[in-house]
Design a protein around this ligand. Structure first.
Ligand code: PMP
Ligand code: GLU
Length: 401
């Protein structure tokens, strides 16, 4: 059977695939340590669980308004004022089945074939494929350790063409942990306004910032930039609610209503039960995620200290999110018996089979010389996982050794 042309060049989400594969290995009795998934290992808020059970018992189990129930939109609007100094009316907000779905809806209403979307690289692997699925062209803006994995307005200017439609800002970043400061965002906002770009601001890791850093939403930097920014967020990360599938977008009304139309012809409303659960989570806010962030600060320290003492691996201390993005270029070309580590994917496969540790290679993030290590798991697992990685790396014969 011939599948649609739009599938050409599209890959399944590597993060989800590797996590699923590691789970299969574990189910078959292999003790695999998972440092792949970007998924907090905490329980969802008890208020959310309670509200979900109550929703079921009270029969709140029917279709809801396609774009989300009013009390949830109100809770989101309050959160956006409180955390981000952003004021939105309920009709400037849409609730979807996860932030990934919010992004997908946005691409549907924004991207025409040939439109270019600027994406700082390394990037979360879903952005380019969602752009490609709509016939758009992802334009990668290279960044590296030297620039703290951040772009600037000056660099972005070099990539503008008459087809440039939008720009993705993901701060804090998955996979690099980069966090943009206000001054850099102000210059980028000015560029976006001047060149009529839509800014897609994915803020799903906003609360995971370390060493006294603060998250700044680019949309909060003035009315002009707010009028062309779509803020993407959700409850998956901050509230350990990945499985509930609630994300949202806030932005200009014409875009939000077009996204609502797409949603009405695709998924309809997100789960009525999960919507109720998300209200409790958002109301709990800081009280819930502050202890998570504290714990993640400790884990980040453990991960970084252990990782950077492994010969052949270097890693910037991430300013945000919950990933270590390690440079393994010194290991590319190394050998283990008859296997050659020709790419970070090879290294990831080697670590999975030799060390029984699941990590994500950098290739799908646009960084073939890096690997991503998630520290959204227990301190014990991080320690053991990195001990295993150290042993496996020691077994590799580098070209010079
Ligand atoms: N944005 C980024 C940068 C992510 O890492 C993820 C991964 N969960 C998402 C969006 C999507 O999150 P969800 O669909 O679970 O809300
Ligand atoms: N975003 C998470 C990650 O990068 C979950 C997987 C996914 O949604 O692709 O691990």
């Amino acid at each position: 059977m011939k599948l649609a042309d739009r599938l050409q060049g599209i890959a399944p989400s590597a993060t989800l695939e590797i996590t699923a594969y590691a789970n299969e290995m574990r189910a078959s009795g292999i003790d695999v340590i998972g440092l792949a998934a970007g998924e907090p290992d905490f329980e969802s808020p008890s208020q959310s669980k309670h509200d979900a059970i109550q929703a079921i018992e009270e029969g709140f189990t029917r279709y809801t308004a396609t774009s989300g129930i009013a009390p949830l939109k109100t809770a989101i609007a309050e959160k956006l004022i409180h955390d981000n100094h952003l004021e939105y009316a309920n009709d400037e907000i849409i609730v979807s089945c996860g932030a990934k779905h919010s992004l997908f809806n946005l691409m549907q209403v924004l991207v025409n074939p040939g439109d270019e979307v600027l994406i700082p690289s390394p990037y979360w692997l879903t952005y380019p494929d969602q752009v490609r699925l709509h016939g758009g062209v992802p334009v990668f803006i290279p960044t590296d350790e030297q620039t703290g994995f951040k772009t600037t307005a000056a660099q972005l200017t070099q990539f503008l063409t008459p087809r440039t439609k939008a720009l993705v800002i993901n701060s804090p970043s998955n996979p690099t942990g980069a966090v943009y400061d206000q001054a850099t965002l102000e210059a980028i906002a000015e560029l976006a306004v001047r060149h009529n770009l839509v800014v897609i601001s994915d803020e799903i890791y906003e609360h995971f910032v370390y060493d006294g850093r603060a998250h700044c939403s680019i949309a909060s930097l003035g009315e002009e930039i707010k009028a062309r920014t779509m803020v993407i967020n959700g409850v998956s990360k901050a509230f350990a609610m990945t499985g509930w599938r609630i994300g949202y977008a806030a932005g200009p009304k014409p875009l939000i209503s077009a996204m609502g139309m797409i949603q009405s012809q695709s998924t309809s409303n997100p789960s009525s039960i999960a919507q109720k659960a998300a209200i409790g989570a958002l109301r709990e806010g800081r009280d819930f995620y502050a202890p998570l962030v504290k714990e993640f600060t400790e884990r980040r320290g453990i991960m970084h200290t252990q990782l950077t003492t492994i010969p052949g691996i270097s890693c910037l201390k991430p300013d945000g999110a919950f990933y270590g993005f390690a440079n393994v270029s010194a290991l590319i070309g190394a050998r283990f018996s008859d296997q050659s580590m020709t790419s970070s994917s090879q290294i990831a496969t080697y670590l999975l089979h030799e060390a029984h540790v699941a990590i994500v290679p950098g290739d799908p993030f646009g960084a073939p010389t890096h690997i991503r290590i998630s520290y959204a798991t227990s301190r014990e697992k991080i320690k053991t996982g990195l001990d295993r990685i150290r042993l496996a790396v020691q077994k590799l014969q580098t070209v010079t050794s």
